[in-house]
Write a protein that binds this ligand. Sequence first.
Ligand SMILES: Cc1cc2nc3c(=O)[nH]c(=O)nc-3n(C[C@H](O)[C@H](O)[C@H](O)COP(=O)(O)OP(=O)(O)OC[C@H]3O[C@@H](n4cnc5c(N)ncnc54)[C@H](O)[C@@H]3O)c2cc1C
Length: 430
Amino acid sequence: MSLLVCRTLRQASGLRPTAKIQPRSVRAASTAAGPAFDWTDPLASKSILTEDELAIAETAERYSQEQLLPRVLQAYRDEHYDPKILEEMGDLGLLGATIEGYGCAGVSTVAGALITRAVERVDSGYRSGMSVQSSLVMGGIYEHGSQEQKEKHLPLMARGKSIGAFGLTEPNHGSDPGSMETVAKPHPTKTGYFSLSGSKTWITNSPIADVLLVWAKLQSTGKIRGFLVERSVCPPGTLETPAIKNKNGLRASITGMIHLDGCPVPEANMFPEVEGLRGPFSCLNSARYGISLGVMGALEDAIARAREYALERKQFKGNPLAKYQLIQKKLADAATDAAYGTLAAIQVGRLKDQGLATPEMISMIKRRNCDVALSNARVLQEIFGGNAVSDEYMIGRHVANLFVTQTYEGQSDIHSLILGRAITGVQAFA
Ligand SMILES: Cc1cc2nc3c(=O)[nH]c(=O)nc-3n(C[C@H](O)[C@H](O)[C@H](O)COP(=O)(O)OP(=O)(O)OC[C@H]3O[C@@H](n4cnc5c(N)ncnc54)[C@H](O)[C@@H]3O)c2cc1C
């Protein structure tokens, strides 16, 4: 652990080198009458986290609450994303945190997801920018890149000095990326180069990205391959990344298109071995895992804000809203779903580190956690009455954001079909 980033992360969080399960005495708050119920962690998920994981979560929570929360409201109003956020995260070792080496911290899968939960407690857009950098692009390079590609890109990306984007979705092919039209063929004039042409849309970070991981079909084989498109060396007119403006969700992140028009990309920038949908899907698997715990952060923030509001707001004979049964049921439903979703995500993370997690498990928790985060946040929104319409109450933003999390990285119904296929053995996609 001699790397600066790892040291910074560990120093900031007071980490010990070996992961230990919490001793019984600190597993849960207790009183003489027995253990106390903690509404912020109803099923005591902290008791199954290691000391390292608790410390990493605390570092990420502190950064998110102190540095991200104060600026999210204005950023969301202005539809503005400050790329310095990635540098700040890089300074703390939060980027590509599960990667071993290359300036990354090498933490457990669960610890990586606790970082996404902390960031998403503030805003799903901030978490999206980070997930694309960490899981989709850095994770993709780490898993499928050549040694040269890893050494060139990962250390810079870990520090947030180079920004990544992941280009899979196309205007005509979203849920069905296997039909993509973006193509890579031998460059007509440059030996040792491919020529990439095609369009990608709804791409997080694309307008500000230095490295764009673009998935395209190799003309000679018809197979999907991954290409690292480096903006700084693309000739004028061969790469355009216009922003998509006026979004009504994820406004604190930046989203755009990728237009490639005969863009020359060195053969050395293609991932050397992986081909077919296995390439993008393996990257998505890690990102989807992070989302499953990330959205629990957004839901937990919605619960905390709704609870506080219900305790303060008085209606009918001076009673706080919290006194009414219908209000309590909404909070009880949401807290239950957040607690179940958190435990399920931790379980799958543990299995992932043991090499025992299947893509279907990740489909299950991504789908379920995104669905319950959205549906509960939407119901909790009602507790705020008319004030829910004011962005200062921070609830409408979560609801709008959570629609996107349910849609991207496999819309929930698509994950149902993945699970349905695994259960029945029958393919229902087409
Ligand atoms: C803010 C934002 C950021 C994004 N960031 C990225 C990114 O960084 N990189 C990237 O590559 N993509 C990104 N996406 C794209 C996202 O992954 C796609 O929007 C998503 O995969 C859905 O594709 P689509 O929008 O084309 O919808 P469609 O595929 O057209 O689906 C529309 C609806 O039809 C349903 N449907 C489709 N096929 C079937 C079927 N066979 N059976 C039943 N129902 C079906 C879907 O479930 C969905 O409800 C982003 C999207 C947004 C909104």
